[in-house]
Design a protein around this ligand. Structure first.
Ligand code: SF4
Ligand code: SF4
Length: 191
């Protein structure tokens, strides 16, 4: 659209596939069902019809962390509609990140919060899964809450980070650090 000279300021975000703002549908003349996508991650081609969608219309729920270990009832307290899933798979088909959203919703229904959290790791909160859900479920918002619950109550040790800190303390990177901190003739600031 910019290439055509259109001034677009809405529905445009990071241009890198990370913010989930530029939701679109694409359709070719011989295609029955439009495909959902992120515009910045879609290559335009001849004959493609593109429709920009409004930003995520799903209601945001204020969902504080509980004081005790969470269960599926904790999720349902704020996202009760999750139980209405009819396993139609529309959300999984719509997801531009390739997340099997329907499976995540089923995992939430049986109370496997860690599995839900893991599945939504690459979610960019575009809201397409909620937009296509006939039963008005908000999978991405429920998934984000599951991630918060899991992070707060079942944190995993970041073993890579622990190892790297030990390497730093052992002096492994001291020569490189000294080299970086030594300005050469070109970069030295002359005072
Ligand atoms: S679109 Fe809605 S009803 Fe269908 S599988 Fe996804 S969450 Fe369930
Ligand atoms: S899970 Fe939903 S909100 Fe997240 S990237 Fe997929 S479609 Fe977008």
């Amino acid at each position: 659209m910019w290439h055509l000279g259109r001034s677009m300021t809405r529905g445009v975000g990071c241009l890198g596939g990370a913010c989930g703002t530029c939701t679109i549908t694409t359709r070719f003349p011989d295609q029955m069902i439009p495909k959902t996508a992120l515009a910045c991650q879609t290559m335009v081609s001849e004959g493609m019809n593109i429709t920009f969608l409004s930003s995520d219309p799903s209601k945001k729920t204020i969902s504080p962390l509980p004081t005790e270990s969470p269960s599926r009832e904790t999720l349902f307290q704020y996202y009760p509609e999750t139980r209405r899933c009819v396993s139609c798979q529309a959300c999984s088909t719509a997801c531009p990140q390739g997340i099997d959203v329907m499976v995540a919703v089923r995992e939430a229904i049986v109370g496997d919060l860690s599995a839900v959290a893991e599945r939504f790791t690459s979610c960019v909160m575009c809201g397409l899964c909620a937009a296509v859900c006939e039963t008005k479920i908000r999978p991405h918002r429920m998934g984000l809450y599951a991630r918060r619950l899991t992070g707060a109550f079942y944190p995993k040790e970041a073993s890579d980070l622990v190892n790297r800190i030990e390497e730093i303390h052992s002096g492994r990177f001291d020569p490189e650090w000294a080299r970086v901190m030594q300005p050469d003739d070109e970069t030295a600031v002359k005072t």
